[in-house]
Design a protein around this ligand. Structure first.
Ligand SMILES: [Zn+2]
Length: 438
């Protein structure tokens, strides 16, 4: 229970933070939520006017292009509630051959199943067409900021990286020409290992940041892949945090894209916020995402993907049947159950029913606000490390329960141990702004 006493200590420390400062801090940690196709009603509830003094749990909505095309209600809810809306063009899907009936191919005007080769993406005419159509689509569907088309690059010398950089400046140019005065968000979509696990890794991030800053972006997205399965080792988590911190030193808000697992840790390392789904879509896997859209594969992006139950202490969602086993154990339930009467008035029962998606968002928002209220960067990392340590203990106990129940599912414990060490390293080695050399 060591970790819980730590949490309590932070709660009392919060009292010392002046209210103004507290509001400022909370405003500066963003939770971006990517709803699934059928989440429009839940999102409407979450974005309903909150009581005075209560923040709404979603800072911005991020909707995948194929979902906003099929479900315009998602954009309407954003507009009605005054919530900023980003429309993710999902242009990594150009990098595979997709099923002819894939929703992105069928419903998104620029979507196509044939894909583009690397050399086609390097062609300025192809790129300009993608830029123009993606821009028009986002404007027509009510985006409040434009996401430049981006592609998944395995290494800094991949043509896809050059294409992404070119797409940023071409999008800005096109917006100027068309008189579109919306802010721009530039996303770096890259293999974590190929970009961060190498000597001189900073230079590729610098290239991206320079290209993006050149157009005066509102924010940068950091979509490292694959990461977030929960079985990452120390080196990988450390590389993620150092790379995130490095990008944050450029002074433009950085948002972790598709990162519900290490998102809070990245915020502690200096990022402005993180994006993930509602009990789903918590890990980044660009290649896996493209694979899901290939012919004869089940479409993983539709409205029927299995959402999990978010467990705050573990910082992730687990399949509902796993949550059911864990919440049935009395001592475990005490640690896992949501104790917010507003969010889950009937405790475990509320967490497990269909409102689990709302719980996932509210609980993440509370956890992020708690982190953001800690005024010192070092203490934020300390908080993340302690949280990871207690999650590691809890994951081990959870796995004993799951084994005893004859279930094959497990909560991966390795990532927690890695995160505890990595957060400690980042905390003790240099301040944000230092040029990292690890
Ligand atoms: Zn709850």
């Amino acid at each position: 229970m060591r970790g819980f006493r730590e949490t309590a200590a932070f709660s009392s420390a919060k009292i010392a933070v002046p209210d103004v400062e507290k509001r400022w801090c909370q405003m500066n940690a963003e939770l971006l939520i990517r709803p699934s196709l059928n989440d429009h009603k839940v999102v409407a509830d979450l974005l309903a006017p909150a009581a005075p003094g209560l923040n709404r749990p979603i800072s911005r909505l991020v909707v995948s292009a194929q979902d906003v095309a099929r479900r315009p209600e998602l954009a309407e809810v954003a507009a009605k509630s005054g919530t900023p809306l980003l429309i993710d063009p999902m242009t990594v899907l150009f990098q595979g051959v997709l099923a002819a009936d894939d929703p992105w191919v069928v419903n998104v005007p620029f979507g196509r199943c044939e894909g583009y080769s690397a050399s086609e993406l390097a062609n300025p005419f192809v790129l300009d067409t993608i830029v123009m159509e993606s821009l028009r689509f986002q404007v027509e569907h009510g985006a409040s900021a434009i996401v430049a088309p981006y592609f998944y690059a395995e290494r800094p010398d991949s043509p896809a990286f050059d294409a992404s950089l070119a797409a940023i400046s071409r999008t800005a140019k096109r917006m100027r020409a068309d008189g579109i005065a919306l802010p721009l968000v530039a996303v770096l979509c890259a293999q974590l290992r190929g970009f961060a696990h190498r000597a001189g890794w900073q230079s590729a991030l610098d290239r991206f940041a320079t290209a993006a800053i050149d157009v005066g972006p509102q924010a940068l997205g950091l979509y490292f892949s694959p990461v977030g399965r929960g079985d990452e080792g120390y080196a990988k988590v450390l590389e993620l945090l150092l790379a995130g911190r490095h990008l944050a030193t450029f002074g433009v808000p950085v948002l972790a894209w598709r990162q519900g697992i290490y998102g809070p840790a990245l915020v502690a390392a200096g990022l402005r916020g993180y994006e993930c789904g509602m009990g789903i879509g918590e890990a980044a896997n660009a290649r896996g995402y493209i694979r899901q859209h290939k012919p004869r594969d089940e479409d993983g992006s539709g409205g029927f993907a299995a959402q999990g139950t978010y467990l705050s202490v573990l910082g992730r969602s687990v399949p509902p049947k796993v949550a059911r086993v864990l919440l049935a154990d009395r001592s475990m339930r005490g640690r896992l159950v949501c104790d917010s009467p507003r969010c889950c008035p009937r405790g475990a029962e509320s967490m497990l029913n269909s409102r689990g998606r709302a719980h996932a968002v509210r609980a993440r928002a509370r956890d992020l606000a708690e982190l953001a209220t800690i005024p010192d960067a070092g203490w934020r990392l300390h908080h993340v490390g302690k949280h990871a340590a207690s999650a590691h203990v809890l994951a081990t106990k959870a796995n004993e329960l799951l084994a005893a129940a004859g279930m094959k599912e497990r909560v991966k414990p390795e990532g927690y141990a890695a995160l505890e060490q990595a957060a400690d390293y980042v905390r003790t080695h240099g301040h944000a702004g230092a040029r990292d050399s690890a």
